[in-house]
Design a protein around this ligand. Structure first.
Ligand SMILES: [Zn+2]
Ligand SMILES: [Zn+2]
Length: 334
């Protein structure tokens, strides 16, 4: 089969690759669309912690596909599915308390086992989620990054009527603006750097796109830029009694100054969130099936599998002033 393979750091190409062997309790899926993201760049560039990678690696962890064979417990051949990427061991202490994002035996599709940028992939059947027949695959391809955002938003109960600021204008920030809409905020503002991202922010559900730091404070600040400046701004722009959710991942070793008396005096909550739990993934699938999450507005670039290297170039960005949302590779014509 054809696959987009990272043979070793910096060596990535579309090539012939052995078809997967279907293991016990696995099912063979034909990927249709696969999104790529900054984490794929970290895999290619080897800037990710190497404990989380196994080479050679078929890339692809944000995806939607179709069952190749009917299965009594899942559905008929051709059923559209999404698949949890994190493969929990189900035996460790975090798994036992449903914190599958913290599984002590890390294993993830597109990181330590073959991803979806190949014509076929074999996946554990317990991780397969069936999509409603009328769900757009353009919406479904974004389930995985939405699960990351959903887990962050639901770790603590969010009340309705919040004044929300999202810092960042990349796909995670735009998805955060979209998902927070389910919690009925009074207003969502997105603080970005690139004015050309403004229309995507409004499509996500934000009422305002700002490039200048706001002069007011917010009940909830979601930091999704992954920059130290973004984290510092988040701490400054949260109102008394407010919550800061850190979703972006700054470079390892980054330091940001914090005044602890402000945290206490302002009754502030700062919350990190890592990856997603099985529960968060299932909840996002449910809302996609109900059409309450429709993130397909975010897809701005499409390539076929043979042009996957061009998708990586597009993802790295250039000096053009084009809006950039999700970059998607179409593995199979649907
Ligand atoms: Zn990703
Ligand atoms: Zn585990």
């Amino acid at each position: 089969m054809r696959a987009f393979v990272l043979s070793e750091p910096h060596d990535v190409a579309v090539r012939e690759w052995p078809e997967p062997i279907v293991g016990e309790d696995e099912v063979l899926v034909s990927p249709v669309q696969v999104g790529v993201c900054g984490t794929d760049l970290e895999l290619i560039d080897a800037t990710i912690d190497q404990a989380y990678v196994r080479y050679p690696l078929v890339l692809g962890h944000e995806w939607v596909g179709r069952l190749t064979h009917g299965s009594t417990d899942i559905g008929p051949s051709g059923t559209a599915v999404v698949v949890e990427g994190v493969v929990p061991c189900r035996h460790c202490a975090p798994c036992a308390r449903a914190a599958t994002n913290l599984c002590e035996n890390y294993d993830e599709i597109g990181f330590t086992r073959a991803g979806a940028l190949g014509e076929l992939i074999s996946v554990p059947r317990r991780l397969v989620h069936v999509l409603s027949h009328d769900v757009s695959l353009d919406d479904a391809v974004l389930v995985e990054p939405m699960a990351v955002v959903w887990r962050a938003l639901t770790r603590l109960p969010l009340r309705e009527g919040l004044n929300v600021l999202v810092i960042g204008d990349g796909t995670i920030a735009l998805l955060a603006a979209h998902l927070v809409g389910l919690f009925s905020p009074v207003r969502t503002t997105l603080l970005g750097r690139r004015p050309e991202q403004g229309n995507l922010a409004l499509a996500a559900g934000a009422q305002e796109f700002a490039v200048a730091t706001p002069t007011t404070t917010f009940d909830l600040v979601i930091e999704a830029s992954g920059s130290p400046d973004g984290v510092a701004s988040a701490l400054q722009l949260v109102a008394r009694g407010g919550v800061v959710i850190l979703l972006g991942l700054p470079p390892h070793g980054t330091q940001v100054q914090v005044a602890p008396d402000d945290l206490v005096n302002n009754d502030m909550i700062i919350q990190g969130s890592f990856s997603y739990t099985s529960d968060a993934f299932a909840q996002v699938v449910g809302r996609v099936n109900e059409k309450r999450l429709r993130p397909s507005f975010l897809i701005t670039h499409r390539f076929d599998l043979e042009h996957a290297p061009d998708a990586i170039t597009a993802l790295r960005g250039d000096s053009s002033n084009e809006p950039r949302g999700k970059v998607v590779i179409e593995v199979a014509r649907d």
